[in-house]
Each structure stands twice: as structure tokens, then as C-alpha cells.
Ligand binder design. Structure first.
Ligand code: ZN
Length: 189
């Protein structure tokens, strides 16, 4: 099952996701569909809002990226990132730690638009997995960036909001035409 990825200009991207109360077969079907959609689009993360569902749910898989390293710690011990993927985050609570670092970011809801975003280098995470179990870990590098980007989506926050004014100005024209195009399409529907 594949979803259509929602583009910027659709109001659902600004909606805060509702807490997931039940992790059941229906939700696991949605999660499988989100992974299919993300892999087909060559993304490394996808939030529920991006497939039209305002829920506290995101999927991540950084294995496809070889030139931007990720780090993982479980119970304070370094752990294998690839073995931890794919990652499902339900009702995640994060605590970004460390100094902010800049890095390039894109978003499947902003096709062809990229910009530099500063975010804390590491993040502590607590979430539910797709078996309804609570788990905790700490991430660094690309994985930390991807998690913060996706958790922002769950709160209606987008990567353009995190850009400094110089970087936001650089993509302003493209972002505005994407927004206009999306709104036009929504009106026709
Ligand atoms: Zn995104």
C-alpha cells in the first residue's frame, strides 16, 4: 500500500498529531504503507502528517545514506545503527542535547527544496514501537537530525521554520510557488 505524500500548502502539515492510543493491526498496516511510500520516494523519514494523518507516528530508516554517519547508544552503550533500522516512533518524547550543528536537509513534502538547518547534535528518545513496547535510546549524527525533523512534523513544525533568515530567504521563492500549486490543487479537489 502506498500513500500520496502531502506537499507544503496542505493545512494538515501544520496540525499537531493526536496521541496514538491503540497499537493494533490497523496501525501496523498504516506503518507498512508509510515505509513503502518513504522507500519509493528515497526518503529517510516520514511523519504521519505527510500521508494525511495527524498522529504521533513517524518512520525512519537511515541505512540508505552512506556519506553521512549516524550514532546510536542503548543504555549508554554504543550500538549498531543498521541493526536498529527500520525505526518506528509512536508517541515519541525527545530531549535534544549537545551543541547545535548545521547540516543540509530536505523533506518529501518540499520536493527539490534543500537548505541548511541547525539542530542539536544528539537527541535522547523515548517512544513506543509497533509492538506497543516502550523503548529508549540516544542518537547522534544523521539519525539525530532525522528524528528531530520527524518529531517536528508531529508537532506541525517544518524544516523551513528552523532555517535562519538567510537560508529561508534563499528558498522563499520555491517554497511560495510550491504552496500556491498545492493550494490550487486542493481547491480543484
Ligand atoms: Zn519532512
Amino acid at each position: 500500500m502506498k500513500f500520496t505524500v502531502v506537499h507544503y500548502g496542505d493545512p494538515i502539515l501544520r496540525q499537531r498529531g493526536a496521541r496514538v492510543d491503540t497499537v493494533d493491526e490497523a496501525l501496523r498496516g498504516t506503518i507498512a504503507g508509510m515505509f513503502d511510500t518513504m522507500y519509493e520516494a528515497h526518503g529517510i523519514g516520514l511523519a504521519a502528517q505527510q500521508v494525511g494523518l495527524a498522529l504521533q507516528l513517524a518512520v525512519i530508516d537511515v541505512r540508505g545514506v552512506k556519506d553521512r554517519p549516524s550514532q546510536l547508544w542503548i543504555s549508554g552503550q554504543p550500538a549498531d545503527v543498521d541493526a536498529f533500522m527500520p525505526l518506528v516512533l509512536i508517541n515519541p518524547v525527545i530531549r535534544p542535547v549537545g551543541d547545535p550543528v548545521g547540516g543540509p536537509e530536505g523533506c518529501l513534502s518540499f520536493p527539490e527544496i534543500y537548505g541548511e538547518v541547525c539542530r542539536p547534535a544528539e537527541v535522547e528518545v523515548q517512544a513506543l514501537n509497533d509492538r506497543n513496547e516502550t523503548f529508549e535510546f540516544k542518537a547522534g549524527g544523521l539519525l539525530a537530525r532525522a528524528i528531530q525533523h520527524e518529531v517536528d512534523h508531529l508537532n506541525g513544525v517544518l524544516f523551513i521554520d528552523r532555517m535562519d533568515s538567510k537560508n529561508r530567504t534563499e528558498v522563499k521563492g520555491e517554497v511560495e510557488s510550491l504552496q500556491a500549486e498545492t493550494k490550487k490543487r486542493l481547491r480543484r479537489r
